[in-house]
Design a protein around this ligand. Structure first.
Ligand code: ADP
Ligand code: MG
Ligand code: ZN
Length: 312
């Protein structure tokens, strides 16, 4: 392993993951903590910087030099690394996370959208290596998206591209953290599936069953749990059909905590895709689970940081 590493961070609505990543994508000292936004911004930022400092101490113990910190964060992140809006982590709305990390750690920092970091990680080291153009869908606290077009990350005019989770799939549907309503993520994220289940009468009044519990019920054959996943799959198929008709991609990779539930989502998803996508576009498209699991975002963010440092 080379002596030069980046701190790679994947900051989601539920989980914060981090590791030391070398320039050729080797991962050391991987760890995870809960994101826990409930205590407010100051405590949240202290925890995050503390998490980075722990990784820095580990690097020192291992005799590794830190080049900087690359962080994928859940939210719309502009090209200067400011979080402009974070539907699942509102305390970061309009917060300059890149500047904060840079000053707090006295290291070069790069912050981009979490799903974009995951897509880039998969493109470079994982399941996206065989595709020129693909979408990575992250199914976690929310639904995120990262677009790789012709092997380049497409961030859009100001960093806000790829947000498939905020495609409207129900004209007057559930209110969304982004301010709109009927967005895909309200039906197909961990929280969305939980709400599907509740609305279908799957939970007792006042009881909450999370998507992990609903998945295990579905696998035991519980019909309401299965329908909660079918509903998510159908909306995902609807969203993906629109995207592949627009972009004629080669692949869609599924990442995030719920990607292990692809078996539960896929039948309804495929059915909807067949109904809505152009046959020629559908035939070209491969659907697959992402390959790097919980490390994808860390690898992608670190790689983008190294790229930026290299260009200076
Ligand atoms: P984030 O990146 O937004 O923090 P993750 O990708 O870590 O989120 O996924 C967390 C979400 O995924 C939670 O809503 C959790 O309930 C759900 N989840 C995680 N693992 C599973 C699983 N094996 N089956 C079903 N849902 C899961
Ligand atoms: Mg995530
Ligand atoms: Zn939305």
């Amino acid at each position: 392993m080379t002596k030069r590493v980046a701190i790679g961070i994947d900051l989601g609505g539920t989980n914060c993951r981090g590791a030391l990543v070398s320039q050729n994508g080797q991962v050391r000292a991987w760890r995870r903590i809960e994101t826990d936004p409930a205590a407010g911004l100051t405590v949240f930022l202290q925890r995050l910087t503390g998490f980075c400092r722990e990784l820095r101490s580990t690097a020192a113990e291992l005799g590794l030099n830190i080049a900087g910190v690359g962080c994928g964060a859940a939210g719309i992140v502009d090209l200067s690394g400011q979080v402009r809006s974070a539907p699942n982590l509102h305390l970061l709305d309009d917060f300059d996370l890149q500047g904060h990390l840079q000053r707090g750690l006295n290291l070069p920092a790069l912050v981009i959208n979490d799903a974009n970091a995951i897509a880039w990680g998969e493109a470079r080291y994982g399941g996206g290596q065989g595709f020129d153009s693909f979408l990575t869908l992250t199914l976690g606290t929310g639904v995120g998206g990262g677009l790789i077009l012709k092997r380049r990350l497409w961030q859009g005019a100001c960093g806000g591209a790829g947000e498939i989770g905020h495609l409207a799939v129900e004209a007057e549907g559930r209110p969304c953290g982004c301010g709109s309503h009927g967005c895909l993520e309200q039906y197909a994220s961990g929280q969305g599936i939980q709400q599907n289940f509740q609305e279908l009468g799957g939970a007792e009044r006042g009881e909450t069953v999370d998507s992990i519990g609903i998945a295990s019920l579905a696998r035991q054959g519980d019909p309401v749990a299965r329908t909660a996943f079918d509903l998510a799959g159908r909306y995902l198929g609807q969203g993906i059909a629109g995207v592949v008709n627009l972009l004629n991609l080669e692949g869609v990779l599924f990442a995030g905590g719920l990607s292990g539930c692809l078996d539960l989502l896929q039948p309804a998803l495929e059915q909807e895709l067949a109904r809505r996508a152009f046959a020629v576009n559908r035939q070209q498209l491969q659907l697959a689970a992402a390959r790097l699991g919980e490390q994808a975002g860390i690898l992608g963010a670190a790689s983008l940081l190294f790229d930026r440092l290299g260009r200076r």
